[in-house]
Design a protein around this ligand. Structure first.
Ligand code: BYC
Ligand code: FE
Ligand code: FE
Length: 473
């Protein structure tokens, strides 16, 4: 089952050949996609050969296919994880009933909305990252950036397939609109805030792959528990690609942190900036910014939308089928601190209303593991500084805590306190200018920019000085 057909114009394992209408619709969209990739995809090295992996099978080990590819020739395709035999609805009122292969009429609008919001983030991230290769700290990192970019573009294909296969004319219109919105454009922005933020330096890129791609992992995992089986299978395959994106983020930051510690120690005044590095307090500010933006992606703490999605089985919790016994969640409650009359007061809500918060918990716990790893690196390098995650209420722009200033520990503070501290908590214009001043390309195989440590090993068993990007730049 599920061998990937690369003979067709659109590689796939969904037997596209047998559905001529769908095949035509996707083939009509393909040139528009390629035009989008040319105009707002990678703008540097864009036609050079890059050492990329391509999926050849949905089985374990299906990633074995590595080779040098020019990105415009990358074979973007439509791949679903294998169907699970006798799969039942994991969550909600109908938990235990057979999953849906078609979209039920009463859930059509909600499902379309969920798929469009997810889809919109994929091209957005490619747009955000399109100039980064110009300042890549090594060919190894440049290659990883491009691997992430081609896969995010494939995730767009994954979602467009669902839209076209299951939502008729509306789906085709949404697919076109996905190529016309633009990250950061004041008139036609992408849907979610984090995906309109600039991403013009590599510290940001590593924070983005650490925190935003990790949000992707949890959102996709929640959709992998959907009653709509094609969505579940699509997301399960996307998750196999996501693991590398998270590796790029966690390990990229680990390398910047390690180098920062080394330069801090090397400097007579303990000033990593004086040694041409990124100092640890600056890294902490980037973490504060991106962690908060990505917490917003989980939606409001108390959400009737989230309750409805859970009740109808459109989304489940993280590892719903495997990790929970009670899949209906009609009995529990959760106390959520809410701002009332200038202070925080605990208010109790039925579990289904706080499903966004439940998923956010799993995400925060996962982020904390990376923090622990980085702090081990700092201990290893013999510096005392430690990094931390800000509180979930800090610097939020969506949900219950938006519009109220909180400090890093989650205490409600007054506006004057916020103003007095915000430059110590979040990146300033001067911090951005400094970090950007360090962003100079390094294109000699095996060499790294001064502000980042070398990775412990190369990609796919290749040495670090391998020509990950073949370029004469
Ligand atoms: N930005 O009551 P609420 C990935 C809006 S990452 C802007 O909380 P709900 C990837 C919301 O649209 C994963 N607007 O409802 C990573 C709504 O507006 P309307 C991507 C926001 O449904 C790296 C209103 O506020 N997917 O794949 O509980 C590279 C009320 O919302 C935001 C997701 O993260 C925001 N942050 O939550 C490539 C999506 N938050 O419709 C790819 C997951 C809320 O009333 N989350 N609003 O005008 C969802 O889909 C949730 O449904 C929402 C809203 C966060 C959108
Ligand atoms: Fe993605
Ligand atoms: Fe990703």
């Amino acid at each position: 089952m599920s061998s990937m057909n690369y003979d067709e114009r659109i590689p796939n394992n969904v037997d596209l050949g047998s559905d001529r209408r769908l095949k035509r619709a996707l083939e009509k969209w393909q040139p528009d996609f390629l035009e989008w990739w040319r105009s707002v995809g990678p703008q540097v090295f864009s036609t050079d050969e890059v050492y990329l992996r391509t999926a050849i099978s949905t089985q374990a080990g299906g990633w074995a296919n590595f080779g040098h590819v020019r990105m415009p020739d990358y074979r973007w395709g439509v791949f679903l994880a294998d169907a699970e035999k006798d799969r039942v609805i994991p969550a909600g009122d109908d938990a235990g009933s057979p999953v849906w292969q078609q979209v039920p009429g009463e859930h059509r609008n909600a499902l379309r909305r969920i798929i469009v919001v997810q889809a919109d983030t994929e091209p957005a991230s490619v747009e955000q990252q399109r100039w980064l290769a110009d300042t890549a700290p090594s060919l190894y990192d440049c290659r990883n950036l491009f691997q992430v970019n081609v896969e995010e573009a494939r995730h767009l294909w994954a979602m467009v397939y669902l839209l076209m296969a299951h939502f008729g004319r509306d789906g085709r219109e949404e697919a076109d609109a996905l190529l016309t919105r633009r990250s950061g454009d004041p008139d036609t922005p992408r849907i979610l805030d984090a995906f309109n933020q600039p991403c013009s330096d590599w510290l940001t890129f590593f924070c983005f792959t650490m925190f935003a791609d990790r949000d992707g992992k949890y959102q996709l995992a929640s959709l992998a528990e959907s009653a709509f089986d094609p969505l579940s299978r699509t997301c399960r395959f996307m998750l196999t690609e996501e693991a590398h994106h998270l590796f790029v983020g966690t390990m990229g930051l680990d390398r910047v942190i390690r180098r920062s510690a080394q330069l801090t120690k090397a400097d007579p005044n303990g000033d990593a900036r004086a040694q041409g590095g990124i100092d640890l307090p600056t890294i902490q500010k980037w973490i504060n910014h991106w962690f908060s933006y990505c917490l917003d992606l989980f939606g409001s703490e108390v959400s009737t939308n989230a309750a409805d999605y859970f009740a109808s089985g459109l989304k489940g919790r993280y590892r719903e089928a495997a990790a929970y016994d009670d899949h209906r969640a009609t009995t529990g409650t959760r106390t959520v601190p809410t701002v009332q009359g200038g202070s925080l007061v605990g208010q109790e809500f039925p579990l289904r209303l706080v499903m966004n918060e439940v998923l956010r918990d799993d995400y925060i716990a996962d982020c904390a593991k990376s923090l622990a790893r980085w702090n081990r690196t700092l201990a290893d390098e013999g510096v005392e500084y430690r990094l931390s995650l800000p509180h979930r209420r800090f610097f939020r722009r969506q949900g219950l805590y938006a519009d109220h200033p909180f400090d890093l520990e989650g205490q409600l503070v007054d506006q004057a306190t916020w103003e007095a501290h915000k430059d110590a908590w979040l990146p300033t214009a001067e911090d951005h200018a400094y970090v950007e001043s360090l962003m100079k390309p390094v294109v000699e195989p095996g060499k790294m920019a001064n502000w980042i440590a070398a990775p412990p090993k190369g990609i796919n068993g290749q040495p670090l000085d391998f020509e990950y990007v073949r370029t004469d730049h």
